[in-house]
Design a protein around this ligand. Structure first.
Ligand code: ASP
Length: 280
């Protein structure tokens, strides 16, 4: 059993010692809690649980910590992919829910599994997800000052469970100050992808990740016989054509864990019950 999580890019963050320590503590506590949860839950249940914990932490740009868009509103996106069934579900630009990843989880049972904006919110309301304002006073201050939000990053998780099944989940408040209607990579197969061979969750500039199809390419390459490391190497080389800005975390079916970023530096943590690795 293995777990790896990410919390977006360090370079997007408030780089004070205080925030750094808070993030290290948060990553350590969430990685360990999630690994415990994984002991008697599936990979898919675990990635949902883990991303919901990250969404509940104000340190990250997802759920309650989400950034504000150019029109002063918050819109969030989140997705899950079950590596065994290869089902993908997600919400794009949903407003006023606390945990977009839980709405994405509910959608996993539907025929129509990716919903956008009003439709996603209507589905959340019909399924009794509480109406919740995710706006933090600090994000409003940053918005009023026309500053990019500090101390935040998109979140993601990949898990390998006791039965050797993989899953990936990703959740974001977007880039901050984006045009209304802009679609993040996080709830697309470019930003979040898994099958029985490999699971990947990305962070970075959504437009760059979509152009590169990062998560799908890495998973496909591993499926076709590349090692995880070589699949990352080739995919990240291809990002260089346009100086693409991306980071990704992954686990393959043998339990190899890998992460890479195109620019310094992605915030991440991995845990397998014995060794804990972290950068924040
Ligand atoms: N990928 C996200 C987006 O472009 C942002 C991030 O990962 O920080 O919406």
């Amino acid at each position: 059993m293995k777990i790896i999580i990410h919390g977006g890019f360090f370079s997007e963050s408030d780089q004070s010692a205080e925030t750094k320590i808070a993030k290290q503590n948060s990553l350590q506590s969430i990685a360990k809690k999630s690994f415990e949860f994984l002991q008697n839950h599936t990979a898919t249940e675990t990635v949902v649980y883990t991303v919901s914990l990250l969404e509940d932490d104000e340190l990250y740009n997802a759920g309650i910590g989400s950034q504000i868009q150019s029109d002063g509103k918050i819109r969030m996106s989140a997705a899950i992919m079950n590596g065994e069934t290869e089902k993908f579900s997600g919400v794009i630009n949903i407003q006023n829910v606390k945990n977009p990843i839980l709405v994405a989880e509910k959608l996993m049972q539907e025929d129509d599994r990716v919903l956008g904006s009003e439709g996603a919110k209507k589905f959340a309301d019909e399924n009794n997800f509480e109406d919740f304002s995710t706006e933090l006073p600090v994000r409003r201050k940053e918005y009023e000052a026309k500053k990019k939000a500090l101390g935040t990053g998109t979140v993601g998780c990949v898990a390998l469970d006791a039965e050797g099944k993989l899953a990936a989940a990703t959740s974001t408040g977007g880039k901050g100050f984006e045009l209304v209607g802009r679609i993040s990579d996080s709830a697309t197969v470019a930003g979040n992808f898994a099958n029985n061979f490999c699971g990947v969750s990305c962070t970075g500039v959504g437009e760059d990740i979509v152009s590169n199809a990062t998560a799908t390419k890495i998973v496909t390459r591993v499926t076709d016989g590349f090692s995880l490391k070589d699949a990352f190497k080739k995919t990240f080389e291809e990002l260089k054509v346009y100086d693409g800005f991306a980071g990704a975390i992954a686990i393959d079916k043998s339990g190899n864990i890998f992460h890479q970023d195109s620019h310094p530096t992605m915030v991440f943590a991995s845990y397998d019950g014995e060794s804990f690795e972290c950068f924040a």
